[in-house]
Design a protein around this ligand. Sequence first.
Ligand code: DGJ
Length: 719
Amino acid sequence: KIFLVSCLLIMLCGLSVARAKDSKQIVIQTDHTELVYTVGGNGRLYQSYIGQRLQDGAAAEIMNPDRHEAYIGAGMDDPGTPAIRMIHADGNPSLNLVYVDETVKKGDDPDVTETIINLKDPQYPVSVSLHFKTYAKEDIIKEWVEIEHHERKAVMLTNFASSMLHFDAPQYWLTQFHGDWAKEMRMQQSELTSGIKIIDSKLGTRPDIYQTPVFFLSLGQPSTETHGDLIAGTLAWTGSFQLLFQVDHLNSLRVVSGMNPYASEYKLQPGVLFKTPAFIFTYSHQGKGLASRNFHDWARKYGILEGTKPRMTLLNNWESTYFDFNQNKLVSLFDEAKKLGVDLFLLDDGWFGNKYPRNNDHAGLGDWQANKKKLPDGLEYLVKQATNRGLKFGIWLEPEMVNPQSVLYHKHPDWILRLPNRKENYYRNQLVLDLTNPKVQDFVFNVVDKTLSENPGIAYIKWDCNRPMTNEYSPYLKQDQGNLFIDYTRGLYKVFKRVRAKYPHLPMMLCSGGGGRTDYGALKYFTSFWPSDDTDGYERVFIQWGYSYFFPSFAISAHITSWGKESLKFRTDVAMMDKMGYDINVDKMSARDLEFSQQSVQTFKRLSPIIWEGDLYRLVSPYKENRAVLMYVNHAKDHAVLYSYNLHSRFMEIFDRVKLRGLDPNKKYKVEEINLYPGTKSHFPENGKTFSGDYLMKEGITASPRGALTSAIFELTAQ
Ligand code: DGJ
């Protein structure tokens, strides 16, 4: 009987439904976006539309609504890349997914709606539900998939996309962000040609060092800041990922996003829910600028922990001391932090390990007790000294890792990822702990919990992770090594969750040897992230510019250090576009540098509500000209900050005036150059004058300073 019914369904599949009005439709909407699904005559689910929101009822007019199956199961009739592939307990490697029903959930927040479309395989006890959470005002859609089965034995999942989206456009342009240590987030754009393009990471713990799981896909033509149809998408997953773009023989594009199937043949036991990470995207009809603002608005409210709360300014000691410090030195740095006027002192790597002291990166990871030689009075003393000076105190941890030179390594060899019968492979002289093991999860949680509970004054954590995964073998998983990559990240999330349950508001910076972990999967547990160890002012313009496409300024930590040959003014002006901090020898500063920095800290604190909560407009791209210009405008449109960096002007090069954006044409704004270095004056003709928003947006201002590696910041205040 089942066989007959399925034959009938397969036959019906050929009878294409010409117009959607004859079929069941599921419409998923935000204020300006719409995603339409149609149940075909064969019972399968099809994606019929993605784009600008249609007028009410217009979805019924869609022609050929059943061209693209929504979430394709491998082994059936589609020859392209599947969304999911399952090998059933009996060895059958196919999955036929037909529509069952859908539910719509509304919670307390009127902005958020969750639509769940349930699918199942008529022949096997497997259910797959597609989840779409919409954030109406922010125009963001978050998609994920939940898979469950009740077969007699485990099944094998070899593909498990979080999202499959289909597009039909004459051309497709992909913008991706690649890099390496100290050169993160370099933007590249290319036209997608027929076949498959993959952006991925197989690095597990430190997934983003070469490719970041974010992209723009422009439809029809490359989009600009203000023009063009595109989606901006990202995978919220702190592990190996895959973003796959396949242009087929009919020039249709499918985008398949999710955890990387590489080395992840996942054994799924009956009755166990397999939940994919979320793919988060926005559709913009007005270029990349709007897409970024959508992401920023969403991240502030939903994506990043405490996104609407203020952040602290800080002085970090990594660049100024590295491992070479002691208690007295640190206390003297507290005085420097105080002099600077920042809120917090952040103690970096090197404070722990006794049998194997952490005096360099060869030893100590795993032994999280304060080093008695460097810190004879322990962390407690440091917290007290900082508090006495009216400073907060923060600390660096890298609790997922172990050095072979550590007590932990010798005590718990079975807690470490390493291959049987193979030599250990080191990266920064360290190995990864096996977070698939609940005992190791307990250990990592306890490292954090013990450090915090024994020193209740600790007000900040920098959570580092300095190596990608190799030695990919978990002693805990035994025969199920295919589960390692996925279960590691799930184990990590379990730890983050526990930390957050106990310390819900503690500011934490996500760091991974620079920007190796910058994703919305982790950021819901963190208040900011470290984008790169490269703090050279010139390089940072590009790096921070790159992150600004997907991440809001308040989350992008930007520290002023001694990297680079740019002036302190330039480096400070760059840091001030995001979450400014310091990692510099304050005692080596000249009196004028110190005076300038003290003023900058105060100016930054005064303006940070606009910088962090305002709308970002990228005005001149460093990828197009030898300069970069951007601005933030607050929501009332009565206060704005504009940053202008001359990166490398040619001899006698004249830069055009810059037309501003996002202002109120009917308001009058006073334009003032701020953050001037002591003893210097503004040379901009507009400085101190008042202009209408209309003029500033149509005619613009002389925003760019003369001379390579110079910068200017302007404050615009409505009169
Ligand atoms: C890598 C980080 O990116 C640096 O900021 C610093 O914390 C070092 N690790 C410490 O080992």
